[in-house]
Design a protein around this ligand. Structure first.
Ligand SMILES: O=C(O)CC[C@@H](O)C(=O)O
Ligand SMILES: [Zn+2]
Length: 387
């Protein structure tokens, strides 16, 4: 997507893979303190055995490190429920460019003493320091999880289903994801997954997480009855069994993998006003015509986050020219973000100005110069190349 961790010129590669120890877990508060190289899925297992969950979950959970998750401020599938790492990370330890170990590994919920320095490192993509340990607040493990996978006749119905769902499911809603028909075609074709519902122009995946199965089922049934009878949803399936829940999530989580098997992929990760989120996809389909193999839209609709992906047989300068800067201008006109959850890395560092004013860019350059005067920390990434 952005090449945030990809060495491009003369970098030294640093791996934290051996720093994979859990330092402590507090059973009462759910505070986990661990080293940066812990794999997210291992941490999930560790806290789930103790009745908690990690506040973040992503498709890459089996290989991604928590240090990288925090450094990139990864969003993922639980964002709607537990919010950003800016809220759930309580503290961190980072090694600065001059070797200073900055120990801000606090486990306090409240600490209003001076500037909140840890926030600078969350989402800094390794450009201000190397995160070596983190403390994270883990929420209690929900006792009941259900997933509904639904087919919708249009994007307007996807939006109305979201409003209905917020109203009727309330506090038990934990994810609202959407994908279009082309995404379904890609996962069924390239990954041999099977669609559990009738063919539809759009699909939504709704997850509920609560503390009492009966209560959640009642709410979910009321909601389903309403959306099915009003025609917002045309077909659907519900799962509570762990394996079936996983299979439904796979349809959504593995779109990225299916895309990579379709050809060259142009990838965009945008925050847009939810009502206009899919207009860009429709617009680009017309703009690109037969030059593109697929133009797909999917993502974390509940967070206003569109994953726009375009595939072509091979890399084509003409396709790229039709996409950029058009996509960025379109996003800026909507006051959106050109990177909702994947950062800027190497490939997108030049477009930061579409989402931030010059004054903010200038202050970012000053912070970088202060913390990394020799430019040795993840060089060539995040900030635009200086003129
Ligand atoms: O590859 C993408 O476009 C997005 C990947 C990831 O953020 C997802 O939500 O599946
Ligand atoms: Zn995503």
């Amino acid at each position: 997507m952005v090449g945030g961790s990809v060495p491009v010129f003369d970098e030294v590669i640093l791996s934290t893979a051996l720093m994979n120890q859990v330092i402590s877990f507090h059973d009462m508060s759910g505070t986990l303190v661990c080293q940066a190289g812990c794999v997210l899925e291992d941490l999930s297992r560790h806290v789930e055995e103790r009745g908690f969950v990690m506040p973040l979950d992503l498709g890459a959970k089996g290989s991604c490190h928590i240090g990288g998750n925090v450094a990139t401020n990864a969003g993922g599938l639980r964002f709607l429920r537990y919010g950003s790492l800016h809220g759930t990370v309580l503290g961190l330890e980072a090694v600065l460019a001059d070797g200073t170990v900055l120990n801000c590994l606090s486990t306090l919920r409240k600490d209003n003493t001076g500037y909140d320095l840890k926030q600078l490192f969350i989402g800094s993509e390794g450009t201000l320091g190397v995160i070596t340990a983190v403390s994270i607040l883990c929420p209690p493990k929900p006792r009941a999880v259900s997933v509904a996978f639904l087919g919708c006749p249009g994007f307007s119905e996807v939006l109305q289903t979201f409003s209905t769902c917020k109203g009727l499911l309330g506090e038990i809603l934990s994810a609202y994801e959407f994908m279009d028909a082309e995404c379904m075609w890609l996962v069924t074709r390239h990954l041999r997954l099977t669609s559990p519902v009738q063919e539809s122009p759009f699909y939504v995946l709704i997850e509920t997480s609560g503390s009492r199965a009966g209560h959640d089922a009642e709410k979910l049934n009321d909601f389903l009855e309403q959306v099915l009878s009003s025609g917002l949803v045309t077909d659907g399936t519900v799962a509570t069994d762990h394996m079936k829940v996983k299979a439904l999530w796979a349809l959504r989580e593995r779109i990225s993998e299916a895309l990579s098997r379709d050809g060259y992929v142009y990838k965009y990760d945008l925050s847009l006003p939810t009502e206009r989120l899919y207009d860009l996809v429709t617009d680009l389909r017309a703009r690109l015509g037969p030059r593109a193999k697929h133009v797909v839209g999917y993502g974390h609709l509940g967070d206003g986050n569109l994953h726009l992906n375009v595939t072509s047989e091979a890399f084509s300068p003409s396709v790229l020219g039709a996409l950029e800067p058009y996509v960025y201008e379109w996003t800026a006109e909507q006051q959106g973000s050109v990177s909702a959850e994947h950062g800027l890395g190497f490939k997108k560092r030049g477009v930061l100005g579409y989402s931030k004013p010059p004054e903010a860019l200038h202050l970012m350059q000053q912070l970088k110069a202060l913390l990394d005067p020799k430019g040795i920390l993840n060089p060539y990434k995040t900030l635009p190349a200086q003129a």
